[in-house]
Design a protein around this ligand. Structure first.
Ligand code: MLT
Length: 208
């Protein structure tokens, strides 16, 4: 299917081809777009419906999901605004395409907006895989994430995300009731085969 501009975010949607799999909400990193994570989605959850929006904020022409003041320093008012806009898009898309609540798979900036949606609009997501995520809001809201599965994948030599920060995010989500697994891989900020393998395992366990 080609890129659609009919709902509130430019996006791509691939319908499910296998029954009983949660839809995936694919959220790209800075400079990516709605095409980037479709191959990852197909690899980690074959047959699942894929919903892949393009971030609306442009940084020197590069799409993102919210504004930042510097690397790792976020415009938190914009984080709140954009997380709400994305959660609203998810409910539009669920209605338009007849979907259950999706599980987010976000990379970098996409993982950070997914974490913000979990914290601010927990009903929008059934769970999340957060690849190279950090705390999106200094003052975390206290949502009810009871039982939602979350996998956080960090890199031990990630130059953007201090280990303490990723650990704090894992604690915030755990305290809100999510079932959090936090793995730190011997790698940097980029996506690796180990991320794919662990995400495949996460979705295989969800299905069981
Ligand atoms: C962010 O801005 O969300 C993080 O710094 C990750 C990135 O996009 O590089």
């Amino acid at each position: 299917m080609t890129t659609a501009t009919t709902l509130s975010f430019t996006h791509r949607f691939e319908p499910a081809t296998a029954p009983g799999r949660a839809p995936l909400l694919l959220l790209h990193g800075t400079g990516g777009d709605e095409n980037d994570l479709l191959p990852l989605g197909r690899a980690v959850a074959p047959g699942a419906a894929l919903l892949s929006p393009r971030g609306k904020v442009l940084e020197h022409g590069m799409p993102r999901f919210f504004r930042r003041l510097a690397e790792g320093v976020f415009d938190e008012a914009d984080v709140v605004k954009q997380a709400n806009a994305l959660a609203d898009f998810v409910s539009e898309a669920r209605e338009a395409y007849g979907l259950a609540a999706p599980v987010a798979v976000g990379f970098s900036n996409g993982a950070n907006i997914a974490a913000a949606v979990l914290l601010l609009r927990p009903e929008a997501l059934a769970g999340a895989v957060l690849i190279r995520a950090m705390v999106p809001l200094a003052k975390a809201p206290k949502p009810d994430l009871a039982g939602k599965p979350v996998l956080i994948l960090s890199g031990s030599s990630d130059p953007i995300i201090p280990a303490e920060n990723a650990g704090r995010l894992a604690r915030q989500l755990t305290e809100a009731g999510a079932v959090v697994a936090h793995e730190t891989l011997p790698t940097g900020h980029g996506l690796t085969q180990a991320d794919v393998t662990l995400t495949v395992r996460f979705f295989a366990n969800l299905k069981a």
